[in-house]
Design a protein around this ligand. Structure first.
Ligand SMILES: [Zn+2]
Length: 445
């Protein structure tokens, strides 16, 4: 418990909101030294937000760990341990603090820490705060409660049932079996305070009756109106801890993390270039991870999809180079779209690539702008074609850095090397069958 305690008590935000995925270390180094880097929006396009990086691959993330969610998961697991029947010394302490609100019962209540008549030590307060964030019992509002949920909601420590501004817990009544709102209703669909038979059955004292009346009076008006149509819950067993015992850290972490995830900002930028196209982002993001085994290809496509690749247009904007002109033709501004698609040298290169595919026995009539940027999402030989497309873009970009023009012969050599590399990986992983299916049409010459 000590270890967990030291991990979870962190008063400040532990993680930043932005994380830089740089394109080339030398260029980024130069960028950092640049005195003219005054407008943050200029550099925005070269970063992936942290809230996007923590997402799953198909959502454009890299499954980066989200520390705040990990810490909150640990806090919630502490509450799960409290719910378990296993005796422990630390539980004695926390249960002592929780005694005025019914001990473990609090875990099933729709509580609000501020409305509880107790003050917990800081560590447990943090744990219960995180627990309330995820607990189904605390995710309610007065209006949204449907009738069945309402009758099952716990009366005690309920943030909507307050007397003198605080939620209440009457031990005597709880021990007599009055736990849920449905327990306040008798078989005749009226409040039990009106049923002498029920009150006798419960063996209530005048003080108990007085408390029952005050609790019923404190019910929100919306609930009181629908209560006379509620069924009594007298026969249903109370076993709410079971749900808490079943929670697992992975599920809690995902739930907490999913509340923070945002889509990569580059999506918006691409949408302005592809106004008439439907972009299937899940497919687009996961494609490079399915097509290529080599991490360099995956990394390159990830940077392209997040528009993190440096272009002359960008370097010029931030004052590092005097001209935004394209590295190949020198005639137009070197934007990502110009460099990978509309430059005349690039166009010639893609025509050569289509011929190369033709020699391999793979028929591609035309490569659209969408195909080049995101890959061909539906086609025969999908894995091979899309991997080659990524290698080709990677090669184009390396030509820009080496200040040379692209040549299909060099691309062919690169493909050869990657094929050899993937064959070795497939052999060592015993996955030759899948490997051979992917490279089936590839003629190694
Ligand atoms: Zn050009």
């Amino acid at each position: 418990m000590q270890g967990v305690a030291s991990l979870v008590l962190m008063p400040h935000k532990t993680t930043g909101t932005r994380c830089s995925v740089s394109s080339a270390s030398t260029e980024v180094g130069a960028r950092e030294k640049s005195p003219s880097l005054s407008n943050p929006s200029e550099t925005k396009a070269k970063e992936v937000t942290y809230s996007a990086l923590i997402g799953d691959i198909e959502d454009g993330g890299l499954k980066a760990p989200h520390l705040d969610s990990i810490i909150e998961t640990q806090r919630i697991l502490c509450c799960k341990k409290l719910a378990s029947d296993q005796p422990s010394n630390w539980k004695k302490i926390v249960l002592h603090y929780l005694e005025p609100v019914g001990g473990k019962l609090i875990l099933c209540c729709d509580f609000d820490l501020k409305k509880l008549p107790i003050k917990l030590p800081a560590f447990y307060e943090e744990c219960f705060k995180s627990f309330a964030k995820c607990s189904a019992a605390t995710h309610t509002s007065i209006q949204d409660q449907n009738r069945q949920d309402l009758s099952k909601a716990i009366v005690w420590n309920n943030k909507f049932i307050c007397i003198g501004g605080k939620s209440v817990y009457f031990k005597n009544l709880a021990e007599k079996g009055i736990l849920r709102i449905g327990d306040l209703i008798s078989e005749n669909n009226e409040f039990i305070v009106k049923s002498n038979y029920k009150l006798r059955e419960l063996n209530t004292s005048p003080l108990d009756i007085f408390r029952l009346i005050s609790v019923i009076d404190a019910l929100p008006v919306e609930w009181r109106e629908s209560l006379n149509t509620l069924a009594s819950t007298a026969d249903e067993p109370f076993n709410l801890y079971n749900e808490i015992k079943l929670i697992i850290s992975k599920t809690i972490y995902k739930e907490l993390r999913n509340r923070i995830i945002t889509p990569p900002t580059a999506q918006l930028n691409f949408k302005t270039h592809f106004v008439n196209d439907v972009l299937e982002w899940k497919e687009i993001y996961s494609l490079p991870f399915r097509t290529s085994l080599d991490t360099k290809s995956r990394e390159f496509q990830y940077k392209l999809l997040n528009r993190c690749l440096i272009t002359n247009s960008f370097l010029n904007k931030i004052g590092i180079i005097p001209s935004p002109a394209c590295s190949f033709c020198g005639e137009m501004n070197e934007s990502l779209e110009h460099f990978f698609i509309s430059c005349r040298y690039t166009k010639d290169f893609w025509a050569e690539v289509i011929k190369w595919f033709d020699n391999q026995g793979v028929k591609i009539k035309h490569l659209s702008v969408k195909d080049i940027m995101f890959g061909i999402l539906r086609c025969e030989d999908k894995l091979l074609i899309n991997h080659i497309l990524i290698i080709a873009k990677q090669y184009l970009y390396s030509c820009r850095q080496n200040k040379s023009l692209p040549s299909i012969k060099v691309l062919n050599l690169k493909i050869k090397t990657i094929h050899q590399l993937e064959t070795m990986i497939a052999k060592s992983n015993n996955k030759l069958k899948a490997h051979n299916m992917k490279w089936d049409k590839y003629k190694n010459y």
